[in-house]
Design a protein around this ligand. Structure first.
Ligand code: HEM
Length: 677
């Protein structure tokens, strides 16, 4: 593929200079092996209303679900929960608050006699009239603020969580997310008293012991306050809130703090990997199953609430330490459904930085996943018809890809259908995708945001990678590289198109005048992904320096969001140094300001080379003085280099100068990534 970069365009001092590297063309014969079907086991849970039959192992999609009764409810069968659910005899529930959770002794003893899950975990409570599940859904859709904090998502310290432990002000945390449960209390089928046992604490284990299958995240979606912030100082603080021992005493018992941090990390990890539930296979006499309770039936028929199906559907070979990238990394997938949607989750591994695309071809759902140059295809022949639009979401930290497809008919399927996971092969050439312009908006006076949607299906580019735009002009193909900016950058955050490119118009450029003159609906060809950015290099990074010039900002946007949202390790600081000529050239300035207001870990510093007299910020070009003043010379000499990382993108001379300066300041080359073109 020839790159006909316009020289004049090249010479402009501020542009996107991402390195363009075609992926190597190595073929691999590795055969991925979906898991063998497992034998289905069933347990029965007694409730005051009905028996609910839960097959504990559902086989794979290639061996469709065998339900003992058409009405029995398939649920999450994957072994996970540390203690299995044993009706009426779970000794671990004898202590209503788990030992790892901080408790007030007085509360503890009161709760032990509450006639709760302690004695009979299936002890359901009569709800007051007007407090059915449907009423709760209605309340959620009423527009009422159920978060109690204005609906703005924000991190919550465990110490703050602990203060919300009263009936008129109750929060709880499950898998790293904090919910305001105050309004849900009268709607809780297990009764408000039971639910209050989780108030003010990380209630993950408690919740999982009673009813791991309950879709709390859907039920409490409108009550989300924010992520649970759990770092070591907080753990100390929390312990001192609940533990009367002095600090020196606690220091003699380091295991408590460690245990608390470890538990929280575990819960956070569960948040980004599928929740696997182990069901006991006791009570096998109920193997024939019985209809689900009314509550569960309404959950099934409510189109927005997922039915609890999360199961291992297939997996491929595991990578060993010796692999050096020459064998494909592991991949597995599972699925979950509501009556209107089917979601396939593909797990590529922590920081695997996947990209991919999904489409429906001749009724089959085709998902292509790319990790580190390896391509795998999952083909799903669905049990019933699926239709577009498809949604594809990538969770960069966990390496999970979620493909959401619409069901043609509103119903619950017994299985997702037959799936086939292809052999992994090295990508021999980037993919070409026919797109059309879905929306156009302006970012600055000369930069447009072009949202491109594939003609069919949907696509996701790995973080820090870019695409090329191809256009035939006067009989010859013209190609330019752009890094997609991702969601919520620029003013038109309502755009659903997956590829969003910030394109700066250079009047004398070969392609940019054409691209910035495109109209909605115009066709455009895109290829990719390209790039050599390795996300796993950020494994231990907690401090990030992003140094960009002009449109060189585009690869930084995704990294910035990734750093601020990652949970393990939690990011401490992101400093973005953004070089431009004039104030008018600053891209996404309003977005940066808004983000800085919301998150004090982010510092964006603008430096102008051609500032007007009213500019009070930094002026000049990249220099040692400027970098050491803003980044702090001592930063790189602290001895924990592997927690620091720098990325640079801009004109070639700018980037090279930046690398030299960072090295001069003591930063090691291995902790610097340059997007060089
Ligand atoms: C963490 C503290 C919690 C405790 C101790 C607790 C306890 C209980 C108990 C004892 C039951 C009755 C047993 C049964 O028949 O299922 C129950 C049912 C239920 N709870 Fe909770 N619960 C807690 C949190 C939650 C949360 C956060 C939600 C979701 C928002 C929730 C939703 C439900 C639902 C939907 C049922 C009915 C389940 C079914 O029909 O099988 N609970 N809970």
């Amino acid at each position: 593929m020839s790159n006909t970069r316009d020289k004049k365009e090249e010479s402009n001092d501020l542009k996107n200079n991402s390195l363009q590297i075609a992926l190597p063309t190595v073929l691999c014969n590795d055969e991925s092996t979906p898991d063998k079907p497992n034998v289905s086991k069933t347990i029965s849970l007694q409730s005051s209303e009905s028996k609910l039959s839960l097959p504990s192992n559902l086989g794979t999609p290639t061996s469709p679900l065998r339900l003992s009764s058409p009405l029995s409810l398939p649920t999450s069968p994957i072994p996970f929960v540390k203690t299995s659910l044993q009706v009426g005899s779970n000794k671990s529930l004898a202590n209503p608050r788990l030992s790892s959770s901080p408790v007030k002794p007085t509360q503890q003893s009161t709760n032990m006699n509450s006639g709760s899950a302690t004695g009979n975990p299936r002890n359901k409570c009569a709800l007051q009239p007007g407090h059915s599940l449907m009423d709760w859904i209605r309340l959620g859709n009423s527009g009422k603020d159920l978060t109690g904090v204005g609906g703005r998502i924000r991190p919550v310290h465990p110490s703050e969580l602990a203060t919300h432990n009263k009936k008129n002000d109750a929060w709880l945390a499950i898998r790293g997310r904090v919910y305001n449960i105050t309004h849900y209390l009268p709607y809780h089928p297990g009764g408000p008293e039971e639910l209050m046992r989780g108030a003010g604490i990380d209630a993950t284990d408690l919740f999982d012991k009673v009813h791991p299958w309950v879709n709390y995240d859907s039920l409490l979606a409108k009550c989300l306050v924010g992520p649970l912030r759990f770092d070591r100082p907080d753990a100390e603080e929390l312990i001192s809130t609940f533990n009367s021992s002095t600090k020196s005493e606690r220091l003699r018992e380091p295991s408590k703090a460690h245990e608390l941090v470890r538990k929280s990390m575990e819960n956070l990890a569960n948040c980004i990997t599928p929740v696997r539930k182990k069901m006991s296979n006791k009570n096998e006499e109920n193997a024939k199953g019985s209809p689900p309770s009314k509550i569960m039936q309404s959950l099934i028929h409510s189109s927005e609430l997922p039915v609890s199906i999360s199961r291992k559907a297939g997996s491929s070979t595991l990578r060993t330490d010796k692999d050096n990238g020459n064998t494909p990394p592991s991949l597995r997938f599972d699925w979950i459904q509501t009556s209107t949607k089917l979601t396939i989750s593909v797990y590529t591994g922590y920081l695997a930085n996947p990209g991919g695309c999904a489409r429906i071809t001749e009724g089959d759902l085709i998902i292509e996943v790319v990790t580190n140059g390896w391509l795998r295809t999952i083909k799903l022949v669905p049990e019933d018809a699926l239709q577009e639009p498809l949604q594809l979401r990538v969770f960069a930290e966990s390496g999970k890809i979620e493909v959401i497809a619409q069901k043609a008919e509103l119903k619950i399927w017994k299985s997702c259908g037959d799936t086939n996971l292809s052999t992994a092969s090295k990508m021999t050439a980037p993919r070409t995708l026919e797109c059309r312009v879905e929306s156009i908006s302006s970012v600055t006076q000369d930069t447009m945001l072009l949202a491109l949607a594939p003609r069919s299906g949907t696509v996701a580019v790995p973080l820090g990678h870019h695409v090329r735009v191809h256009k035939t002009l006067s009989g010859s193909e013209c190609i330019r590289s752009y890094t997609p900016v991702g969601d919520n950058w620029g003013s038109s955050s309502d755009v659903s198109a997956p590829i969003r490119l910030a394109i700066k118009r250079y009047e004398s450029g070969a392609l940019s005048p054409t691209l910035t003159s495109l109209k909605i609906g115009d066709p455009i060809t895109v290829s990719g992904p390209y790039g050599n950015f390795e996300l796993h290099k950020l494994k231990t990074v907690t401090t990030m320096f992003l140094i960009a010039a002009g449109t060189g900002i585009t690869p930084m946007l995704g990294l910035l969001k990734f750093m601020l949202s990652r949970s393990n390790p939690r990011c401490e600081r992101v400093t973005l140094l953004f070089f431009n000529k004039t104030e008018d050239d600053i891209l996404f300035r309003a977005n940066f300001e808004e983000m800085m207001n919301q998150d004090d870990r982010l510092n964006v510093v603008h430096i102008l080379s051609n500032a007007n007299s009213t500019w009070v910020g930094h002026k000049g070009r990249i220099s040692k003085e400027l970098l050491s003043e803003i980044l702090g010379e001592a930063t790189f000499r602290s001895g924990d280099e592997c927690s620091h990382f720098a990325c640079l993108c801009g004109p070639t001379e700018f980037t090279h100068a930046g690398i030299d300066l960072l090295k001069n300041l003591g930063m090691k080359e291995m902790y610097i990534h340059a997007f060089i073109g």
